[in-house]
Design a protein around this ligand. Structure first.
Ligand code: NAG
Ligand code: NAG
Length: 247
């Protein structure tokens, strides 16, 4: 639930994502990003029927627990999909986000066999491949706050410490989600706030591995930046200098 002030200070490494800011198709919130496979299915074929029904199922299944997953049909026209809401998002906000995700991805990638879309509050992906239980490192998005901190060496270390701690915590809980904070200095009022989350089809071990990998990507995007995120189809990390998520 970031304020407009916050999102306007973000830059996206994946430049095509910036184009999305101008195209919303009636969704309430713009996605962070999305990607569509080049491989298309046949319009009005059985895959499309399976996919549409699966999206309807996930839309109902995800909000109560924050996670929905399912498969419909048989290979090669099997539709596989999942939706995950941020671990602290209410069922009603989850529902709104998943609804936006489904309508936007189906409009933006009308014939793609597989696609992914990411928002602050949720993510959705589907494919004709049964991807469940595998770490998805196929697409990786980096975002950062354009403002620098005044003490980058300590700050980078502390943000990494916090995220490693949250990665340990998240990968030991059924929800595979953790959020928390760390004081920058002993007795200091300044804090770093973070979250770590994986899709719940991953094992604890794979969640930990996926989170550790993207934590080690932080220097690529977010060196000395006041906020940063690395987002993949399986795992997300984020840190900020203001509170943004509940534990
Ligand atoms: C898939 O469909 C999209 C959207 O209709 C189209 O732009 C693209 O060229 C198609 N790709 C292939 C490989 O046919
Ligand atoms: C994804 O992870 C696998 C190991 O699980 C690795 O072999 C592969 O190179 C990675 N791909 C990318 C694009 O990082």
């Amino acid at each position: 639930m970031s304020s407009p002030r916050v999102s306007s200070t973000f830059s996206l490494l994946i430049s095509f994502a910036l184009l999305l800011q101008t195209v919303t198709f009636g969704a309430n919130v713009d996605p962070i990003s999305y990607s569509c496979s080049n491989e298309n299915f046949t319009a009005n074929g059985r895959y499309q029927t399976n996919l549409n029904a699966l999206m309807g199922y996930i839309y109902h299944q995800a909000p109560p627990t924050g996670f929905g997953i399912g498969s419909l049909g048989k290979n090669p026209i099997q539709a596989n999909g999942l939706a995950l809401c941020r671990g602290d998002v209410s069922a009603s906000d989850c529902k709104t986000c998943v609804a936006d995700a489904i309508s936007t991805i189906r409009k933006n990638c009308p014939y793609s066999k597989s696609a992914k879309i990411f928002y602050d509050n949720c993510m959705l992906k589907y494919s004709n491949d049964k991807f469940f239980g595998q770490i998805d490192n196929g697409t990786k998005y980096f975002m950062w706050n354009v403002n620098n901190v005044g003490y980058p060496v300590i700050f980078n270390q502390k943000s990494k410490d916090l995220l490693r701690q949250l990665a340990d915590e998240a990968s030991g809980k059924p929800k595979l989600y953790a959020a928390g904070e760390l004081e920058l200095n002993e007795g200091s009022k300044k804090k770093i706030y973070g979250l770590a989350q994986c899709t719940r089809d991953l094992s604890y071990n794979d969640c930990k591995m996926g989170l550790d990998r993207i934590i080690s990507d932080l220097p690529r995007c977010c060196d000395g930046k006041q906020g940063g995120r690395v987002v993949t189809g399986s795992c997300t990390i984020r840190y900020e200098i203001y509170p943004f998520a509940k534990a």
